[in-house]
Design a protein around this ligand. Sequence first.
Ligand code: G4P
Length: 284
Amino acid sequence: MDIQWYPGHMTKARRMMQEDIRLVDLVIELTDARAPLSGRNPDIDEIGKNKSRVILLNKADMADESLNRRWTAYFQNAGFFAAAVNSRSGAGMKQIQNIIQEACREKLERDQRRGIRNRPVRAMVAGIPNVGKSTFINSFAGKACTKTGNKPGVTRGKQWIRLNKNVELLDTPGILWPKIDDPAVGQRLAALGSVRDEILQAEELSLWVLDFIQGKYPGLLSRRYPIEEDGRPEELLGRIAKARGCLQKGGEPDYTKAAALVLDDFRSGRLGRITLEAPPASGI
Ligand code: G4P
């Protein structure tokens, strides 16, 4: 998670993705359900062209349920197979097998027409750091499946997890680098803790989070903190500091401490189920 993305890292991540993607038929891309567009790198569309594609909205348990539905529909309308999942608890995992089969049906049928039989579909998981790739692989493939060792030829050096007789999953996920051309994207990713805070000062970031929640999710802040919700974000942060005993020696609010508290509460889902962006064209 503490990866700082310099051009060198991006080039390396891209090269590794490009190498691994040649081995698979299907890419299971994870994005954060709380910021599904900001949390994906659209370069995957180019890298993964000609592959079957699934997009999973992970951490759906922390995201707004109605927006989970809208985002799932959004990606489906854009031509992807999509679903909302919680990799930590395993909720939503059952449907994934079917989705994978569905996503690969064309390929399986093509194989059959060409007389290729018993060649399992190969899949890989990809996404930006901290989106939950390892958790997903463990949850989805962890117990039930046997690992297959090195195989001669194309899969040399790679570990595959056999999910069933039709599907094998590459056990190391592809790492995509966050794409932050737009400052709003950086803000969302920093708020989620997916990129380092230093891009924005924690205090500034917490004010942005408070402002967003106050505007889009009225009632959530006063449910968590014993404060009045009206006023500017700076005032809210000051009230939270006082209510939570984040005080400097002279009794003045310690904004830095309060900011860290707010960000931690937000990132862990303690403020409630919040999604930071809505599908385009609808405006959140
Ligand atoms: P990565 O491989 O993509 O880098 O991500 P990783 O699986 O390490 O997951 C990053 C963090 O996100 C972990 O929390 C993990 O538990 C959490 N996570 C993954 N999927 C979900 C999900 O669907 N819902 C929720 N609520 N959390 C999820 P952590 O705090 O870094 O570690 P830990 O507390 O789980 O040990």
